[in-house]
Write a protein that binds this ligand. Sequence first.
Ligand code: NAD
Ligand code: TDX
Length: 341
Amino acid sequence: MTKTLIVTGGAGFIGANFLHLLRRERPDWKLVNLDALTYAGNLENLTELEGHPGYRFVHGDITRPEDIESAFTAARELGGGVSLVHFAAESHVDRSIRSGLPFVQTNVVGTQLLLDAARAHGVERFVHVSTDEVYGSLGESGYFTEETPLAPNSPYSASKAASDMLVRAAVHTHGFPALTTRCSNNYGPYQFPEKLIPLMISKAQDGEPLPVYGDGKNVRDWLYVVDHCEAILAVLERGRVGEVYNIGGHNEYENLAIVRRVLSELGKSEDLIRFVKDRPGHDRRYAIDASKIGRELGWKPRHRFEEALPLTIEWYRTHASWLQRVRNGAYREYLTRQYGG
Ligand code: NAD
Ligand code: TDX
């Protein structure tokens, strides 16, 4: 099995958790992290990896072919056959509603450039990290399977669906060794506090109002980020090339139930809840059928929501300075130090 891995977007939420998992579980692997450090990228997510001889950070953008080349050069210097796990993306639905173009640039154009470079360099395996949102919205019942037709509803999910199609085309046309994962909503350490759970934790801690979109009855299928990372590792090592694997935990909750739980864990009053204008085109319900990855790769989530949500809240409480530095912008100091702007 490959010992050198290029990870794109490793300074973001899931990518950072994945790099930490690999350091623990595959300590002999060499790791290259290619990340543009957009607002969502935070090198403070990776301080434990800094200076490690088998780890290289490449500050680069997947929409720039020369930056992708730099990552392959770093991988070559580390030696061994190369595989790639592709997390880098614009990932926030609300931002995509305000402005779709960066989503097309990174998620669509960036993914194609990465596929071209990875093919030219003969990567052994390429895991494309996608999302359940490409399937659109469910009614009261049913689950997304890998055969559910794609019906994305936001500029974010449309750009992810487009990237999935480009990966599919690379497999079909060029016999490129790619695999695609589609996971439900993640929560856990290092998540940027624009997403529901860390936003609500952060606001509740500060006694600020908690904005709940619409009637609060939209349903998401929540998975602890470490479970997602373990699933990606299983797909990387043992998945069948060309296949799509859904990942999820059968853990559906209405948004309002999540917000109430956060408040109750923190001992705060529900008076902080504010119902606000709905997200335009807001998907009603996501729920994943993850039986294929269970059957084929033996993966199943190890963390129960009832335990992992309190663990997550505790992580944000004990990492108050991480949260504060994200909220006040101090986590961007690295860029100023390095590049003077
Ligand atoms: P994130 O927004 O926290 O992190 C994205 C990372 O990508 C950041 O470090 C950012 O700097 C980097 N990046 C963005 N544009 C780049 C570019 N042009 N070149 C290089 N790097 C760039 O995202 P996340 O929540 O960690 O999601 C990671 C992946 O998982 C995404 O592809 C997302 O679609 C997918 N996903 C996320 C969830 C979830 O609940 N968060 C669920 C399913 C799938
Ligand atoms: O302030 C809020 N109030 C609110 O009610 C925010 C930020 C969200 N919400 C609702 C909207 C959604 O129904 O909470 C739910 C979750 O919202 P997000 O955290 O923005 O996640 P979602 O839109 O479901 O998308 C996420 O899951 C799939 C990630 O951001 C994607 O990257 C991933 O692909």
